[in-house]
Write a protein that binds this ligand. Structure first.
Ligand code: MG
Ligand code: ZN
Length: 357
């Protein structure tokens, strides 16, 4: 163990990342990036489509997680994200609750209780399964309006996604956008409005329900949202927990649409580049990049890194049960090598933060 640590330290110093130079053991900031439905083939399709390289390759540590749900071999995004956010294996559809339906504290809530700044950024409704699992506790992912209400039970500093209607146009008649305003959130309804915010709390709704795909008008909103998120959250001296989701890689898989996967993968990778630029400069940030599961049973059958041509095939319109790569950078990153269950990612992140509870 000791020898291995020294070896890793030597290896780290040889490439001289800032966090190794500063001898930081426990990061102040954790940024978890989830490419929904992003298996190895999705990554390789994006890499080929981007002429043979991605920012993701800047991540020095690689591991794999096994992602079976408590009640199914193939997980959905709710059980998959709850494993990361709460550290428990649960049933498909569960949002921040365990296999018996009991609420479990999320890493975002624990970070908030410890005085850190917190944020969620997604290219889908902010009430959708992946972001919801970090802030809400509901028996089913389909309860978007109940999930929206759970945002008000926290003191999250920033969220950027779709899903305005679940806050503003509800069956119970409540207007949660007004409630957010009265709690000092700045409300943004476009990426331009997001970019105008320079300090304070931010609730941003970039779509009434789901944002369009990259090539249908969403463009570089994820990259811009990531830049704003980092700027706002970094002002907290105690640190931050930020989850950023490339939500629609999954939807390309469900649609058996190779071009959709390639576009969304490259878009997510641009956000990865921004996060790594920040982490490299900061020297106090652990970055984890992974997916909840693979989607489509996708394979890359033909490609050309000179032209960016990718040809893929699919075996299903659903998710599959294969291992998923985990990429890590920064203080505590060495713990993410190896093969382990998806819920241990929560425990590894918590060990890195080392909160005194
Ligand atoms: Mg998702
Ligand atoms: Zn899916």
């Amino acid at each position: 163990m000791k020898k291995r640590y020294l070896f890793l330290l030597a290896l780290s110093l040889s490439t001289s990342p800032t966090w190794a130079q500063k001898k930081v053991k426990n990061p102040k900031n954790i940024i978890l990036m989830i490419g929904d439905g992003m298996g190895v083939s999705q990554i390789y399709a994006g890499m080929t489509g981007n002429f043979g390289q991605l920012n993701l390759e800047r991540m020095p540590v690689v591991g794999f997680h096994k992602n079976q749900a408590s009640n199914a071999f193939v997980t959905d995004s709710a059980a998959g994200a709850t494993a990361f956010s709460c550290g428990v294996k649960t049933y498909n559809g569960a949002i921040g609750v365990d296999a018996s339906g009991n609420p479990v504290p999320t890493i975002l809530e624990i970070a908030e209780q410890n005085g850190l700044a917190t944020g969620l950024i997604a290219t889908c409704s902010i009430t959708h399964a992946t972001p919801a699992s970090f802030i809400s506790h509901q028996p089913s992912r389909s309860l978007d309006e109940d999930i929206a209400k759970d945002f008000l039970a926290t003191d999250i500093d920033l969220f950027i996604g779709g899903g305005r209607k679940f806050f503003a146009n509800r069956k119970d008649g409540l207007n949660l956008v007004d409630s957010l305003k009265s709690r000092n959130y700045q409300i943004a309804n476009s990426i331009e409005e997001v970019q105008q915010v320079k300090s304070g709390k931010l609730a941003a709704f970039l779509a009434d329900e789901q944002q369009p795909r990259f090539s249908a008008g969403r463009g570089d909103e994820l990259v811009k949202s990531t830049e704003v998120g980092l700027e706002l959250l970094k002002t907290n001296k105690k640190g931050m927990f930020l989850m950023i989701e490339g939500s629609q890689i999954d939807w390309g898989g469900h649609g058996n649409d190779t071009q959709y996967i390639v576009e969304e993968m490259i878009d997510f990778d641009k956000a990865i580049g921004k996060v790594l630029d920040f982490a490299e400069k900061d020297g106090n940030t652990l970055v984890i990049i992974t997916a909840d599961h693979e989607t489509g049973g996708f394979s890359v059958n033909k490609g050309d890194t000179k032209t960016g041509m990718v040809e893929g095939k699919f075996t299903t319109g659903s998710h599959t049960g294969v291992m998923i790569p985990v990429f890590a950078y920064g203080p505590g990153s060495d713990k993410f090598a190896g093969i382990y269950e998806n819920n241990t990612i929560f425990h590894k992140m918590m060990a890195a933060f080392r909160f005194k509870n």
